[in-house]
Write a protein that binds this ligand. Structure first.
Ligand code: ZN
Length: 266
């Protein structure tokens, strides 16, 4: 592991456009269970009730949806960014970070200090709400206030259309602009680091291969093996927070040998 971290740090040092691709495991390290894991949301709710089609057609499904989402929102209010998020911020401060592409919806990259323009959210953001009819945007906190005042299914104040958090539900199309930007940036980067994504959900799972095929080095950091390990230039099996922090610390030390150790990533 140590040698692999040293190689990764060397590649970060040589790179000028690094992309971090973050998956569910990065949120897990902040205490947000993967929806699919034991203890996750789908152990208590039936995922078949949460398709986009059900949301559009059934008032009962919408009530259940907002009940689940209220639970998720309360969880989000209680969690903080972890060393993975701060490692991304540190790479940005070093002038290395092109962007973060994330499958997570928890806004923790921005909470840690990344500018919103540096974060491409493939599955949306749970802290924003939009009207499906007129597009009006609402803050999640405002909508939660209406729910707690008794509205089981909140509606748009302008057009009475359905409101929905700006996350991508089962059966809902991927956001076109975000996908296009993620693909374009991945083709231009020189180092692509996958952090805690099992790389099984398409089309997002193909993005690292686009980067590699366009000439970037590909590093995969994950607790367990992924579907694309054999395509990577380097694979590090370990906790993402600790591994990314160590890579950034080594890069910082080699770029600025006089800097004190230990104050760089958090
Ligand atoms: Zn509306």
């Amino acid at each position: 592991m140590t040698d692999a971290v040293a190689i990764a740090a060397l590649w970060v040092e040589k790179a000028s456009r690094v992309i971090l691709f973050t998956g569910a495991g990065v949120s897990t390290e902040s205490g947000i269970p993967d929806f699919r894991s034991p203890g996750g949301i789908w152990e208590r709710y039936d995922p078949r009730e949460f398709t986009y089609q059900r949301f559009l057609t059934s008032e009962e499904a919408r009530k259940t949806y907002w009940k689940m989402h209220t639970e998720f929102y309360r969880l989000l209010l209680s969690v903080r960014p972890n060393p993975s998020h701060y490692a991304c911020v540190e790479l940005d401060r070093m002038g290395k970070l092109d962007c973060v592409i994330t499958q997570n919806v928890d806004n923790l990259h921005q909470t840690a200090g990344l500018a919103p323009g540096k974060v491409i959210e493939l599955h949306g953001n749970a802290l924003a709400v939009a009207c499906l009819q007129c597009g009006e945007l609402y803050s999640r906190a405002d909508v939660q206030g209406w729910i707690e005042a008794g509205q089981e299914v909140p509606r748009c104040g302008r057009c009475n259309g359905l409101l929905k958090p700006r996350t991508i539900s089962f059966g809902q199309a991927m956001p076109v602009q975000e996908m296009q930007e993620a693909i374009a940036r991945s083709r231009r980067c020189d180092l692509f680091v996958v952090a805690s994504s099992s790389l099984v959900v398409e089309p997002a799972a193909s993005i690292p291969l686009l980067a590699r095929d366009a000439g970037a080095r590909l590093i995969i950091v994950n607790l367990t093996a992924t579907a694309h390990d054999s395509s990577a230039d380097l694979v590090l099996h370990g906790g993402t927070g600790q591994t990314l922090q160590e890579i950034v610390r080594r890069t910082t030390r080699e770029s600025h040998p006089c800097q004190e150790e230990g104050d760089s990533a958090t």
